[in-house]
Write a protein that binds this ligand. Structure first.
Ligand code: HH2
Length: 284
């Protein structure tokens, strides 16, 4: 499999100088571990709202083998309302500062340019934007700071996205939107782009399955997949609570990994790292 690469205009932990930039390169799928500094995330809301437990959790995910630790301060579950940028910054900034000081590769999970700015100032290396640059200032913030961005696909907003998502051709429409977002980001000067079809963000179970079946997407950038504990895993398996959905999650992520994605975003990092090691031994 061809290696995956993230490039930034400033040093990246685990990276190497790459001309006047820095790159982190890896083969096969790596894991992006989730730290939700929120009271209301759908699977772990309230567990990591305090700084101490959030930092300890991020460290544990890195120790378990996560390549990237993804820190978020706003739930984007279906029906969620925005919390406001001040609250979001207050939640994520100290956690990012501590994890960056530990030498970890850290992304900030935010839809807002103001939060991204504060997170980058605290040392965040990657912006993970599930809204796909909906904030008109986001591309410029990433470009000016030399920060790579994950462009996610979302139909609508978290408050409305699951009301009645419809597509003529979900794979074609999502791929086209991701291509358009990537082109826009690169034209603005963002050093590198990853794309994420956004499972569960304005998609039914059938839409999510169609996107997973369509991997690898016809798009040249590294792909991120986030199925972790989502509702469609519950609908497929009968696992009612999110915490029961790790085995189903792993099945979806292993198929995605076998089809060439660069990152799988997961709550249960240790199981993913073990399963991906076996996959790596079995496929070229
Ligand atoms: N899903 C969630 C949040 N961020 N980022 C990417 N790139 N891809 C995803 O699929 C994705 C994401 C939702 O999961 P979670 O953070 O666990 O829940 P909540 O939004 O309730 O905090």
């Amino acid at each position: 499999m061809a290696p995956h690469r993230i490039t930034a205009a400033r040093p990246l932990p685990g990276g190497e100088p790459d001309g006047d930039r820095w790159s982190v390169t890896w083969t096969g799928a790596a894991v992006m571990g989730v730290v939700n500094v929120t009271p209301d995330s759908f699977s772990d809301g309230g567990r990591f709202l305090e700084i101490g437990p959030a930092v300890a959790h991020g460290r544990q995910l890195a120790a378990d083998g996560a390549l990237v630790v993804d820190v978020g301060g706003e739930s984007t579950r279906p029906g969620a309302q925005p919390v406001g940028v001040t609250t979001e910054i207050d939640r994520v900034r100290p956690v990012i500062t501590a994890l960056v000081a530990d030498g970890l590769l850290v992304s900030v999970d935010t839809r807002w340019a103001e939060v991204a700015t504060a997170a980058i100032a605290a040392g965040a290396h990657i912006v993970n934007d599930v809204s796909g640059l909906a904030d008109p200032d986001m591309a410029a913030v990433c470009a000016t700071s030399g920060t790579p961005v994950v462009i996610g696909h979302m139909r609508g907003t978290p408050a409305t996205m699951q009301l009645d998502p419809t597509y003529d051709d979900v794979v074609a429409e999502v791929t086209a939107a991701l291509r358009e977002g990537a082109t826009r980001a690169l034209a603005a000067g963002v050093p590198s782009v990853l794309v994420d079809p956004g499972l569960g963000f304005g998609k039914t179970t059938e839409h999510n399955l169609a996107l997973l079946r369509a991997l690898p997407l016809a798009i040249e950038h590294p792909v991120v997949i986030g199925a972790s504990r989502k509702g469609f895993i519950g609908r497929l398996t009968g696992a009612t609570t999110p915490a029961e959905r790790d085995a189903g999650t792993l099945a979806a992520h292993l198929v995605a990994a076998e089809r060439g994605v660069a990152l799988v975003r997961a709550h249960d990092v240790a199981s993913h790292v073990q399963a991906l090691a076996v996959l790596a031994a079995l496929v070229d």
